[in-house]
Design a protein around this ligand. Structure first.
Ligand code: UDP
Ligand code: MG
Length: 219
């Protein structure tokens, strides 16, 4: 009997997973969306390439970091906490980031979203999936050496409080320890499309285009 119940439980879990997978997730207002996660270390080119993808493939770009920075500027009561975490290169609690992402997807008329810089750890990933039911179509991973990422960040001058060498080192450490496991998780689900991101912008975009063109062909 116990064995039967265990098997039944496993079967139901699989059915629920399949339903979720097929629906690709719904927002609280019932809106159905298609999501691609864009991951890679700080300075790997996520933001730059997302702008290109938006132009060519009709996605809306949501940068989790930008949403958090906008939340600080808006004077929200979480603002100070978020600002401190960003300054230290730490990961903001999932519920804060997920709420901002969900809101942004609901407010936008588009149903195709690039979520850039999220999920950053396993907890982010599992919480997003649990709360939204959204399974990403695939995960675009910008693979780049720390040396190159450091060079780019130090020369980009966007006036960001976390673009100094001390915080950059912390962000690299968080990326390796917390974010790479997320990419490994999606690798085990065969969802990762890895891009060699150490090359010039145009060359990287050629590789990105190949990935997005192949999903266009599938639909
Ligand atoms: N951040 C976070 N959760 C997220 C996205 C960003 O806590 O889901 C914080 C984190 O402190 C990170 C900072 O925001 O170091 C900057 O993130 P962003 O994605 O803008 O930086 P990038 O990695 O693109 O340089
Ligand atoms: Mg960014």
């Amino acid at each position: 009997m116990k064995k039967f119940l265990r098997l039944l439980g496993k079967f139901m879990g699989t059915v629920i997973d399949a339903v979720k997978q097929e629906a690709n997730g719904c927002l609280p207002n019932g809106k159905k969306v298609q999501v691609v996660f864009v991951l890679g270390g700080p300075g790997s080119g996520k933001g730059t390439q997302c702008a290109n993808i938006v132009e060519h493939f009709g996605f809306t770009h949501l940068s989790a970091g930008d949403l958090l920075r906008a939340e600080i500027k808006s004077g929200s009561q979480n603002g100070e906490m978020i600002q401190n975490m960003i300054k230290e290169g730490k990961i903001v609690p999932s519920e804060v980031t997920i709420k901002l992402l969900q809101q942004a997807m609901q407010e936008n008329a588009n149903d195709k979203f690039l979520i850039d810089g999220f999920p950053r750890n396993e907890e982010n990933r599992a919480a997003f999936e649990k709360v939204t039911g959204i399974i990403p179509e695939f995960v675009l991973f910008f693979d780049c050496s720390e040396e190159e990422m450091e060079r780019r960040i130090l020369s980009r001058n966007q006036g960001r409080e976390d673009d100094n060498i001390e915080t950059i080192r912390k962000r690299f450490k968080v990326f390796v320890e917390s974010s790479l496991p997320v990419i490994e998780y999606y690798e085990s689900k065969e969802k990762v499309r890895k891009i060699d991101a150490g090359k010039p912008i145009g060359e990287v975009f050629e590789a990105v285009k190949a990935v997005f063109s192949s999903i266009d062909a599938k639909v």
